[in-house]
Structure formats: C-alpha cells, structure tokens
Design a protein around this ligand. Sequence first.
Ligand SMILES: C[S@@+](CC[C@H](N)C(=O)[O-])C[C@H]1O[C@@H](n2cnc3c(N)ncnc32)[C@H](O)[C@@H]1O
Length: 269
Amino acid sequence: MQADEVLRRVRREPFMPETIWIVDEGTGWFRPLCRADDPKGWRREVESERSVIIQVDDGATERGRWPTSSSSAPYIMAKMLDALEVRPGLRVMEIGGGSGYNAALLAELAGAGNITTVEIDASLADHARRALTQAGYPVTVITGDGMQGYRENAPYDRVVATAAVREVPYAWVEQTRPGGLILVPWVASFHPDEPLATLKVETDGTAEGRFGSPAWFMPMRSQRLRQRTIRETEERWAAAGKPEACRYGVTVTPEGQRIWLDSPDNPIT
Ligand SMILES: C[S@@+](CC[C@H](N)C(=O)[O-])C[C@H]1O[C@@H](n2cnc3c(N)ncnc32)[C@H](O)[C@@H]1O
C-alpha cells in the first residue's frame, strides 16, 4: 500500500491534543489554540496540509518560542513512509512518538504489533499511548530517550527518526537487522537544508547511506545546535562551493560516524 492511501485512510484528528499551538501574528510567539474555545480554528489547523504544533518550549503552557513537538506536514510523512519501504510484517522502531499519528500510519502498513515508538517526553508518550489505543492500534509506546533505541523489541527491519540528529547513535545500527534501513533527518551540522539520510545496515555491523531531500525536523533534545553553529555550517558549505545535499553520505561504525562528500574516501568530518 502507498503512503498516500494510508494517509487518506487514517485521519489525523483523533491523534491531535485538545490544545495545539499557532503563531500569534502580533507578537511572533506561539500561543495555545484550544479546541473548546475555537473548534473551527482547531479543526482548520488539524485538517490542513501543514504541520500541527503540539508542544512548545518542552512543555510551556502560556506562550512559547520554539516548537518542540509537532505532527509533521502530511506530504513529509508520505515521503518518509515511501522511502522506508514499509511492508506488512516488517518490524519498525520510530524515534519521536509525538502525537502517535505517524505510528498509526506505520501500524497500518506493517501491523500494529510490529511497531515500537520511543518518546522522551512523558506527557506526550502518555498522549500517544492513549490515542493509539483508542484508535485501535496496539503499538508499543516507550517513554524514554530514543538515542538508546529500545533493545527489548530488536531486531528491527526499519528505524525511522522523526526528530533530527547530528550523530546517529550506534544503538540504532546494532538494533537493526543486516539489510534493514535507518531513515533519519539531519540538523544543519554540515548542510543548511537539513537533509534526510537513508542508511542501509551491513552484515559487518556498519551502516552507510546518502543524503537526499530537505526535511527540516526539530532536533532530538540532546542534539540541538546553537544558532552560531548553524551560521558556521552555512559559511563552510558556501566556501566548499555549495554542494547539493545528495553528494554527501554518512558511514556509521562502532567507533563513530563520518560524513563524506561524493565517496566514503573523502570524509569531511
Ligand atoms: C516532529 S515530533 C514527532 C512527531 C510524531 N512522529 C507524530 O507523528 O506526531 C519530534 C518528537 O521527538 C521527540 N524527541 C525529541 N528528542 C527525543 C529523544 N531523545 N528521544 C525520543 N523522542 C525525542 C519530541 O519530544 C517530539 O515529540
């Protein structure tokens, strides 16, 4: 089944919390939009083709500067699901459970019993668990740091991160079967487009792959970059002649990771 079909079949609304966040045009801050106060506005947001922000500033309640959890734009979810090549029976670990909506889409594709999702924020993990159960998807929702993966349900055929990294934890490679795929958005640590990488896990315990299209995901909590680092990335990339993201690749081994340009023989980090 194609991702587009799954997105038509599973509605986003049951996974959206009663309070979502929108930008206040006057102040530029995010402000809460409660379903009870503005049901039409709430519905317009959750039925839109945009991402829906479900948490700001790691759990602020009145106003916020930075989105820290969101249900991604449907076209991005579709693109990632198709790139992951999820089929019935494959075991999948998602990092960043958020609302639970993407886990429900994965459950439609692979079977709910095959899906594990790890969410670091306890209130979001509770929300995702409840929403998935009510919607009839008995996915395993783990409250914890996704950087460790979740060894108890390994090995996985697919790992998908829905928060960006600057370093792929080796735990994800160890917990993926040889031949399995790891799909992960990147922070702006080497390219300003924050591209997606698709890595294949090899029999020798390494994983390697190339970068592709931009994704612009919020970073994993421990992987956030300072604005200065982002500016320096842009300058380094410009000085290198602004290579397309697809010319870069990454190799992950037990000793660490290397990002390279054109070929693994040409590491840039
Ligand atoms: C873009 S949102 C995920 C969207 C989610 N897949 C959905 O369908 O709603 C990114 C999520 O990653 C979570 N996150 C950030 N750092 C994490 C970590 N170290 N381990 C697990 N989850 C993390 C955030 O709390 C946030 O909910």
